[in-house]
Design a protein around this ligand. Sequence first.
Ligand code: SF4
Ligand code: SF4
Length: 418
Amino acid sequence: MVAEKVVHHVVTRPGRLHGHQDYDIPVAEALVTEPGIRKNNEDVSFYTRVYPLESQNIEKAADREWVWSVYTPEVREYREEHDRVNQPLVDAAMVTGEIEPTGVPEIGKDMTDAIRLRARELGFGEVGFTRFDRHYAYQSKRRWIKYEHAICVALEQDYWQTQTIPSLDAEFAHFGTYEMEGAMGLQLAAYIRELGYHAQVHSPNDNSAAYIPMFVQAGLGQLGANGQLLSPHFGSRSRLMIITTDAPVTYDEPVDYGIHQFCQECQVCVNRCPGRALVKEKVWWRGVEKNKLIYDRCRPVMARYEGCAVCMKVCPVQRYGMKPVMEHYVETGEVLGKGTDNLEGYELRDKGYFGPGKLPKFDRQFFDIPHGTKEEWLFEEFKAKLQSETKPSQDEVMDFVSELDEILAVGHTTRGDE
Ligand code: SF4
Ligand code: SF4
């Protein structure tokens, strides 16, 4: 029985790549909520002031070190190689804010079109402009961020490699895209300097802020129930980066793609998550209404199964694109691919294949991982020893002190963003 829906509005976006035709997405009346995301600005400001955001590289440093102990040898080898190749790009981005422009600016000229064109020519699939919203800046990066305007760019990762998630092949797509994006960001920044302005590259592997809210504000997509930016052409199959600048630009507007209501009806990622880490109901979190991922249910799966990302793989917007998904919804009132192996099936190494309605099982120990910063975790383990019947020996006390010393000397950070 076909339950055709009334179209409320059509969103027109540029084609997937530079030179491609425009892309029209019909949004059914039944899916309309509001442009961008529902939020309460007073609450956002309050949380920023009292509980500022911090990078997972710092806040979650203990488990980010731990993951290396459970990687397969192949993943470990590839991650080490990626870090070796990528580190010079991260280092180069770090100092871009200090580099002076090489050209002379044309006074009074808006630079939006020139920058957007160059970004598209370089290969970025989505490009948008907004204010760099310091509410979402990480505490440790606040002083580093120099310029007011944010250029939000997304680089698509390989389609077919992504459909093999979770796999080493998909990790090649994931980390390989970061490597390309890091280099392309430096090229775009050099171009902005030629126009006569400063440009600071926020490396996609050393994030300065929570980026998705700014991408939403720039109209490049909406937040999905999987906690990822769903953009028109590739859903969440992309890697995000920001460049800040003092070039005069015009900000884009947030868009209602119908994603908030669509996710409530779809729920495929929520139902297919092997770690049961995604939650059906939205909650208010730091002043924003969203589906909040349970980190401790996700991380153990990600670490052991090649980055997992089943929630990316099974999303129809990733798999088929937003236009076919929304057209199908208008025609039938249904979610394209829902309930099919084509969309929902995945294979977990040593566990087998899981089709619609089937999920793997893990025992409780599987979810025991270190928490917090490295020193917090060290204290927690030491406290457990003190509370146990066999008190720590003198040597163990000395080991604790020297390990703590080492952590504090090196600082809080660990390896880059994933
Ligand atoms: S990465 Fe895997 S475990 Fe984590 S939320 Fe996505 S599907 Fe669930
Ligand atoms: S799988 Fe469905 S519910 Fe999950 S993010 Fe994609 S569209 Fe939303």
